[in-house]
Design a protein around this ligand. Structure first.
Ligand code: SF4
Length: 373
């Protein structure tokens, strides 16, 4: 992370609801975070914890049944440092910064998307247009957002973008189905980078890929970030990926951020029992050996969130107060930058915060109990 950089994006107390036939789903609840230029923020959690909804809310690409019901998404692009080496960024001209994306008109959103804020979806096959070549799809973005560019300049930029993501320029003429899964995902990243946006959101971009290609793409993403200095929000259910990639990590559960902090702090000392469970639910990409425990059960039904802590039915350390009081995000220890929403760190409710070994031991006991039953 580059702590000297001023915030590029500040999400404050964001709430997103979905309307369904059987009730309102509270998909994102009171979420706040800050993203700085060049920073990689990883967001992890199981399916249904609100991470993708959060990404779509930030880009205002929400499903028509979803609605931002509160909070702000403040974008400060023009207050941040100047763009990197690729020339002639389109730049959004949508009024004085900060801009609240949550309330921006559709017209101004169109100016902001791709040129300032781009998204790479989970399945490149679904996000790429199957009847257009990769070259035409990059050209489309440039023609729409940079009408002053000549055909030759657009072609040069398209070649430059493919080279940046490690694809040979002759693939400009390829259709998505003619590319491997890894190449399609690289092409989607190239399109997202075409206008040199200041923020890229990647929603599970490597989930469908095998481990070797996944690792290659993660390395390329890091190199691209270093070269272009964009900020990245990387969303995944696999926390171990973020330990290799992210500067800061936020863990989401049941629509809320339950822990956030620097990557190294979260790796060494996951404070929330859910973070510990997630961290130990996947093997590491580096092959480091450790005992893995599954987290029993499933996330709660967000049409009827439980009282108190939403994780308590699955938590090996739950105690009486967890059923009645909502834990709020606060420093894990006095003066700590790592924040956690768990009563174990609230001196009013619990005698002393647990050590990481205590959380591990509780999971071991819980796991042994399940096996014995
Ligand atoms: Fe577990 Fe209670 Fe902490 Fe929730 S608040 S994670 S139930 S100990």
């Amino acid at each position: 992370m580059r702590p000297e950089q001023s915030p590029l994006l500040e999400v404050k107390h964001l709430n997103v609801d979905y309307e369904s036939d059987s009730g309102t789903v509270h998909a994102v609840i009171d979420v706040s975070f800050t993203l700085r230029r060049g920073e990689i923020l990883g967001i992890a959690g199981e399916s249904g914890c609100g991470k993708s909804t959060l990404a779509y809310a930030v880009t205002r690409l929400l499903n028509p049944l979803a609605e931002i019901t509160g909070g702000e998404i403040l974008y400060r692009g023009e207050e941040a440092s100047p763009p990197g080496p690729i020339s002639s960024s389109a730049g959004a001209r949508v009024g004085p910064h900060p801009i609240d994306i949550a309330t921006l008109s559709e017209r101004n959103l169109r100016a902001l998307r791709w040129s300032e804020l781009a998204i790479v979806f989970q399945s490149a096959m679904n996000s790429l247009n199957p009847v257009m070549t990769i070259g035409t799809q990059i050209d489309d973005v440039l023609r729409t957002h940079q009408p002053g560019m000549t055909r030759q300049q657009r072609r040069e930029r398209a070649v430059e973008m493919l080279r940046l993501v490690g694809i040979a320029p002759d693939r400009l003429k390829s259709y998505p189905h003619e590319l491997s899964g890894g190449m399609r995902q690289r092409a989607a990243i190239a399109i997202a980078l075409t206008l040199q946006p200041k923020i890229i959101i990647m929603d599970e971009p490597t989930t469908a890929l095998d481990v070797v290609v996944q690792r290659e793409i993660l390395n390329e993403v890091l190199q691209l970030r270093d070269a272009l200095n964009f900020a990245l929000i990387f969303i995944t259910h696999d926390l171990s990926l973020l330990l290799e990639l992210a500067d800061t990590i936020a863990i989401m559960y049941a629509g809320r951020i339950v822990e956030q902090g620097a990557q190294r702090d979260l790796y060494r000392h996951p404070r929330h029992p859910y973070s510990y469970g997630l961290l130990n639910a996947f093997p590491t990409l580096t092959g480091e050996q450790r005992t893995m425990y599954g987290i029993p059960g499933t996330p709660p039904d967000l049409r009827h969130p439980p009282s108190g802590c939403a994780f308590r039915a699955r938590c090996p350390l739950a105690f009486a107060a967890c059923a009645t009081e909502l834990p709020l995000l606060q420093p894990a220890l006095p003066g700590d930058t790592q924040q956690v929403a768990c009563h174990l760190y609230n001196p009013r409710l619990h005698a002393a915060p647990p050590a990481t070994e205590d959380i591990a031991a509780a999971y071991a006991r819980q796991s042994a109990g399940r096996v014995a039953r």
